[in-house]
Design a binder for this molecule. Structure first.
Ligand code: N01
Length: 547
């Protein structure tokens, strides 16, 4: 859209809200941004599309929504009192608990007054002459600020497949990422769940308990491990809290930003099958994905090594699910374990032993349309009262591409990213000065304990803004060369692993037509953080600062 059509021209700048930093998003990233920027004495405000703060944890209220990182780890570490005071009731936080925690943080640090809810940012235009961003909300409000921070999240653009007839369906339909605040009662209903990623895997056991009958429409089987969720062990909590600061520091020195998992020392191929299976069994009993993938050094690097772990889990599935045909359909064979986000569940496979649950293979007989009464596949019709789309998100780039982001007369960000996202460090984009992204493509964010990445990114961004201002400059942006080198590095690292073998949202495979590019940085959190620090130590290497 050319400049004149963005709507900025018709709005007097007198009416604009003027800030030092405009923040887009009121989730964990946006809230921490406000906290950090306030400490710098900057006037910042966050704009949040939802009617409440919390981002992912505000929207994803489906039954069973729960974090797959343990609650004592999945929390902010910037305030010792905060982490000591907060009590997590369970090993893994569920959606309600995590949202309560986020609200507590917002209240404790008085952040709400700088969050504007029900406000969707639809456009952002940088004026290179004034070094000023102008943002526009859906309602037409105009905000100007020299700096802007996109805390828009990675899994915040829910995607419902473009099925023919969806609007003719006479029952109710839902998406996991847009769940009604009041919840949904499926009691006595014939329910269909489409999708078996983390969201589907978490909700299926609970919906099965309510529904008269549940049909699960599976296109691709996913690996899932038992979470072994349980009430928080008070002794474990006490010990953890006694050493919280050291544990956080230790976490920041690991690839996933999660402490408590000693790095493996052996290849899976260096031990006997018996020893290997005993190790996998111990990890299976312990619960959790990091622990399992950390059994050996090469599970994400060597296909032969990975096959041993994949087969162990497939055999577990065959052992749990009583109907052999269903078990075989549930046993993933198209990707190495861990190369898609590994699911954690409570009674997922066991659920298929219930008489009111049917697995429908929509790989061999795809869904052709949604009818007035349910789902039609090439094999037949399924009568349903409710359909749940657990079909995922336009991950990592969706939320940013939905905003019409432009600088000067250059291409929009969506145009620049037509063949895949390009960033430097996942933090900034060449050609888009003074715009920062929290955990964007090219950052390790989604492959780590997300809140650690959010803090590391935002600390870097806050220091960067302070540096630019302190140096009497007005503009910073990465060079095209630094950006290209980073994108190449991200790809090289990914190609040295098994990750690209999977058709996952990491490569945009779940969105028809999305360019297949490996988006997250899988070189590990600790190495990435050190690299970001070195960039600063080398005088913001790869960036250009201008007056
Ligand atoms: O989405 P997904 P998600 N016809 O993209 C299927 C995080 N998360 O919401 O694999 C039929 O993983 C699709 O099939 P296929 C976590 O990072 C975390 O579950 O494309 N099926 C797939 O089965 C996670 O990875 C937590 O063949 C269709 C499913 O829908 C990320 O969010 C909990 C289809 C989508 O799976 C996304 O998870 C929840 C079609 N046309 C989410 N289109 C925790 O912390 C798509 N599918 C635990």
């Amino acid at each position: 859209m050319p400049n004149g059509q963005t709507g900025f021209a018709s709005t007097s700048s007198d009416a604009a809200t003027t800030l030092d930093v405009a923040v887009v998003g009121g989730g964990l990233g946006g809230l921490y941004a406000l906290h950090r920027l306030r400490k710098l004495g900057l006037k910042a405000r966050a704009y949040e599309a939802g009617s409440g703060i919390g981002g992912t944890w505000f929207w994803n209220r489906y039954p069973g929504a729960r974090c797959d990182v343990e609650s004592l780890e999945y929390s902010y570490s910037f305030d010792e009192d905060l982490q000591q005071e907060w009590r997590w009731p369970e090993r893994y936080g569920n959606q309600g608990e995590i949202l309560r925690y986020i609200e507590h943080v917002a209240d404790r640090f008085d952040l709400r007054k700088d969050v504007q809810l029900n406000t969707r940012i639809v456009a952002a235009q940088f004026d290179p002459a004034a070094n000023l961003w102008t943002l526009r909300t859906e309602a037409g409000e105009v905000i100007t600020a020299p700096f802007c921070i996109m805390a828009t999240g990675n899994l915040s653009t829910p995607r419902v497949p473009d099925f023919k007839g969806i609007h003719d369906f006479k029952g109710k339909w839902y998406h996991s990422g847009l769940w009604p605040q009041q919840g949904v009662d499926f009691t006595g209903l014939r329910v269909g769940v489409i999708g078996t990623g983390s969201s589907g895997v978490q909700m299926i056991p609970l919906i099965a308990q309510q529904a008269r009958h549940l049909h699960v429409f599976q296109r691709t089987a996913n690996f899932s491990l038992p979470a072994r969720n349980a009430p928080m062990d008070p002794e474990r909590e006490r010990i953890h809290k006694e050493h919280y600061a050291e544990r956080r520091a230790a976490a920041w020195d690991t690839p996933f930003a999660i402490a408590g998992h000693p790095p493996p020392t052996q290849s899976a191929l260096d031990v006997s099958e018996e020893e290997r299976n005993a190790a996998y069994e111990a990890k299976w009993q312990e619960g959790g994905s990091i622990s399992f993938l950390y059994a050996y050094t090469d599970l994400l690097l060597n296909k032969e090594a990975n096959d041993t772990a994949s087969e162990f889990v497939r055999n577990k599935i065959r052992g749990i699910v009583k109907d052999p045909q269903t078990a075989e359909l549930l046993a993933p064979k198209d990707h190495p374990i861990g190369t898609k986000r590994l699911c954690l569940d409570t009674n997922y496979y066991e659920t298929y032993n219930r008489p009111n649950v049917t697995l429908v293979d929509v790989r061999s007989a795809p869904i052709t349309e949604i009818t007035e009464t349910g789902v039609r596949t090439t094999a037949g019709d399924y009568e349903l009262d409710a359909i749940v789309f657990a079909t995922g998100f336009d991950a990592m780039t969706g939320a940013l591409k939905e905003i019409d982001i432009r600088a000067g007369n250059g291409p929009s960000l969506a145009e620049k990213w037509e063949y895949g996202p390009m960033t430097y460090l996942g933090l900034m984009v060449s050609g888009f000065p003074n715009m920062f992204i929290i955990t964007g493509p090219g950052s390790p964010g989604v492959k780590t304990q997300m809140i650690a990445s959010i803090q590391q990114h935002m600390d870097w961004i806050a220091d960067c803004i302070a540096h630019v201002r302190g140096a009497g400059k007005s503009r910073i942006e990465p060079t095209g060369q630094a950006e290209r080198a980073w994108v190449e590095h991200v790809n090289q690292v990914a190609d040295s692993t098994l990750y690209p073998l999977a058709n996952s949202w990491y490569v945009g495979a779940n969105i028809p037509g999305k360019p297949r590019v490996f988006m997250p940085y899988v070189g590990g959190f600790a190495g990435y953080a050190k690299h970001c620090a070195a960039v600063v130590a080398n005088g913001y290497e790869g960036f250009v600062l201008s007056p």
